[in-house]
Design a protein around this ligand. Structure first.
Ligand code: BGC
Length: 750
């Protein structure tokens, strides 16, 4: 249980996970991993629907076989080979399938920004830029490619299910998983995650969306009880999931660790049955986050279909409950049906996985392009960027191990770097839970390659005075600052760690031509913001981050990313300046452990989201709080002009306008459409209702139309349990940033 030990700090003690997986799995033992032969049986008639095919399989299944589909058999990654997991690909979860009927096992791997930690097996995958970087590209095609690359590499490694698709909103930017998510706006995040899921599933891999729902902080995530009103939840966090589920059609939804309004998410009737399965008509299956199941009958009745990673509640206890009549066969069959129909729908039965050699370098191009589209230019005075290599004699490169690598996000998202952690001695390749992993993609080398005639000197940035001295002697100083974050922890504040504020300040004071490059997953405060000439947010740049950055620094790529999260001025401006931390009793289990104690869960502590729907920019707008950099903001090396807005109400509200590139370089402009609802709606001043990315040559203009879904203009009416567009005056606003919307038109909608 090395894996479980690694994450004990994240709230699940190792011995509890042992308890949860220890009992012998029902079902049959299998031989070592090998591609399964094509199954045969009437269900292999591909002209039948996934539902019909699932029913045909179920007719032949025994009770034990049905129960075996409802749970995993542990975490093969770090466990010895057992009869139950022997046929797995040694990922983080495995469901044995129905071997007798040729139905393959479900082989799961974490895959947030690439296939997780397979280096231990001698296999590597492409690390895409962090999900938040993909969100910053606001690019639906890139999101699809992101998912498709993950799907391809999962299959090639021998997996047939992805554990990715994180879409919890950035309600608190200190959340340690902010880098794994897609920002603070439900329409942006939901639209992008739907594309990501479609991309993954196009490779015949079961796609997943997680962590459902409101898992917006890591502190005390196994104990926290989130309180939120239904309308606020439906219009914020749940809307991101609603769009992801209804447009992305994931085969699976992972319920989260936390409680929501009293009940654990994985036994929450409202979340699972009422909203997900009934209102959104989700036909797939719900699996618990690892160790997130807390009961048998209650969870099953609420809509949990599959317990992961083990079978403390959904193994023998489940069978017993069925035999005793406490769980009906109808309920059991519904869970089994959902799992089987999803396997057919995703294509994992018709196209069995075939392990092959992954060429992670083949993915570098996609990783680089997505990073190029996601880098955000936050400041650029007097055309400091792009750099002109011909005019530079000396370049100072400072800080953040920028001589050898770029930082990545940690936790279960962690992808193993090829060749190991860039800051470790060669040969120390294995990554460990909650260790900062640096990808061997060297900004220094990328800069040297683009300025072959310049002298490029490096300073580690550990001593501001020495860094400033080097900066002073150079034509340009490029200072890198980073903040690492990970699952299982939250950030203490929004300040750059390791004294980097002082470093930046000292360097910028020494050289007016200072460029700051940020490698962060979350927004940071910038007390030094006025000092440097230019600032780039590069996020966690992935396998080929340095080349992407080099291309932006030297102008072969024109930056076009825009912020998917607001950068506030101060932690004091957040809806909850003090992150509610778990009381010690709710942080970790202590004292003698029993399954019953685990079932009960850690003592809950309450967090009330009284800001409700006001997440991110909606909060700052409504509260009239100025920010450092607003949501949707990002500069370019060219300039754009917006004109000729025309709003046409209809089944969708058509918003047409013209964008012109008024500068001297070609570029891509993300055009954003917001709406202010009628006063009677009592909503924040504006909400994002659509966006598009427009490629424009220098001097070119294009007229584009964004079709706005009427749901995005609606409120959620709790009494009617549905979206409702209130008749009234709606102001549609268009522009290149949430704080700069030059076009406005008010229309009457009903
Ligand atoms: C994480 C999930 C992950 C799972 C399996 C959990 O701790 O919250 O995101 O998929 O572990 O590794």
């Amino acid at each position: 249980m090395r894996h479980a030990l690694r994450r004990a700090g994240a709230g699940i003690p190792a011995f509890v996970l042992c308890l949860l997986v220890a009992a012998t799995a029902p079902g049959q033992a299998q031989g070592p991993w090998h591609p399964k032969p094509q199954p045969t049986g009437p269900w292999m008639n591909t002209s039948l629907s996934p539902d019909q095919r699932a029913d045909l399989v179920m007719k032949q299944m025994t009770l034990d076989e049905k129960i075996a589909l409802l749970h995993g058999v542990g975490m093969p990654t770090d466990e010895p080979v057992t009869p139950e997991n022997a046929a797995s690909n040694r990922g983080v979860g495995y469901v044995i399938g129905v071997p007798r009927l040729g139905i393959p096992g479900i082989d799961m791997s974490d895959a947030a920004y690439g296939v997780r930690s397979s280096g231990v097996n001698g296999r590597y995958s492409t690390a895409l830029p962090a999900n938040v970087a993909a969100a910053a590209s606001w690019d639906v095609h890139a999101a699809y490619e992101y998912g498709a690359l993950i799907g391809r590499e999962l299959r090639a490694q021998g997996f047939n299910m992805s554990l990715g698709g994180g879409v919890d909103l950035t309600r608190d930017p200190r959340n340690g998983r902010t880098f794994e998510y897609l920002g603070e706006d439900p329409v942006l995040a939901g639209t992008l995650v739907a594309q990501l899921i479609q991309g993954t599933q196009s490779e015949n891999v079961i796609g997943d969306i997680k962590h459902y729902a409101l898992n917006d902080q890591e502190s005390g995530r196994n104990a926290v009880n989130i309180h939120i009103g239904e309308r606020a939840a439906r219009e914020s966090d749940l809307l991101a999931f609603e769009i992801g589920v209804t447009e992305g059609h994931p085969a699976a939804v992972m319920c989260s660790y936390n409680r929501v309004n009293g009940d654990f998410a994985c036994e929450n009737q409202w979340l699972l049955n009422d909203v997900l399965k009934k209102d959104w008509k989700f036909p797939g299956f719900v699996l618990s986050d690892w160790g997130g199941t807390h009961s048998t009958e209650k969870a099953s009745a609420a809509g949990l279909d599959n317990e992961e990673p083990g079978h403390f509640f959904f193994g023998d206890k489940y069978k017993e409950a069925v035999q005793a009549g406490r769980i009906s066969t109808g309920e059991l069959d519904d869970h089994v049906h959902r799992i089987l129909r999803s396997m057919f729908a995703a294509g994992v039965i018709d196209h069995p996985r075939q392990r092959s050699v992954v060429d992670p370098f083949a993915g570098f191009r996609t990783a680089r392009q997505i990073e190029e589209g996601g880098i955000v230019l936050l400041k650029n005075e007097h055309g400091a960027l792009p750099l002109d290599a011909a005019k530079l004699h000396t370049i100072a490169v400072i800080g953040s191990h920028s001589d050898v690598g770029m930082i990545s996000g940690g936790g279960s998202a962690q992808v193993d770097p090829i060749g190991g952690n860039a800051i470790m001695p060669p040969g120390k390749g294995a990554t460990r839970w909650q260790e900062e992993i640096w990808f061997p993609t060297s900004p220094l080398k990328a800069i040297e390659a683009r300025a072959p005639h310049a002298t490029v000197k490096y300073d580690p940035g550990t001593d501001p005075a020495s860094a400033a001295a080097l900066a002073k002697s150079a034509d340009v100083a490029i200072v890198f600052a980073y903040e690492w974050e990970s699952e299982g922890m939250d950030l203490p504040n929004l300040t750059l760690p390791h004294n980097q504020d002082d470093l930046i300040s000292a360097v910028a004071q020494a050289n007016p031509h200072t460029i700051v490059v940020l490698e962060t997953g979350s927004p940071v405060t910038m007390p030094w913001v006025k000092q440097p000439a230019a600032i780039l947010e590069a996020w966690y740049g992935g396998s080929d981050g340095a080349d992407a950055l080099g291309n932006v620094l030297f102008g072969s790529v024109n930056p076009s990313g825009k912020l998917p999260n607001t950068f506030p001025l101060s932690v004091e401006d957040l809806p909850h300046p003090n992150l509610v931390k778990p009381p010690p009793a709710s942080e970790h289990f202590s004292g003698p452990m029993s399954p019953e104690k685990w079932a009960k869960g850690l003592p809950p502590f309450d967090v009330t989201y009284d800001e409700g729907v006001k997440v991110g920019y909606k909060w700052y707008d409504a509260e009239h709080k100025p920010v450092l950099f607003p949501f949707g903001y990002g500069l370019s090396y060219t300039t754009y002009r917006y004109s000729a807005l025309k709003v046409t109400p209809g089944d969708t509200v058509q918003v047409s306008f013209t964008v012109a590139n008024t500068g001297k370089r070609s570029g891509e402009e993300i055009a954003e459409v917001y709406a202010a609802l009628p006063a009677a709606a009592q909503e924040p001043p504006k909400r994002l209702v659509g966006f598009t990315k427009v490629a424009l040559a220098a001097g070119e203009s294009k007229t584009v139309t964004v079709n706005v879904n009427r749901k995005y203009l609606s409120i959620f009416n709790v009494e009617k349990n549905g979206w409702q567009l209130l008749p009234g005056e709606y102001t549609l606003m268009v522009g290149g940033s949430s704080d700069k919307l030059p076009l406005k038109e008010t229309v009457h909608l009903n």
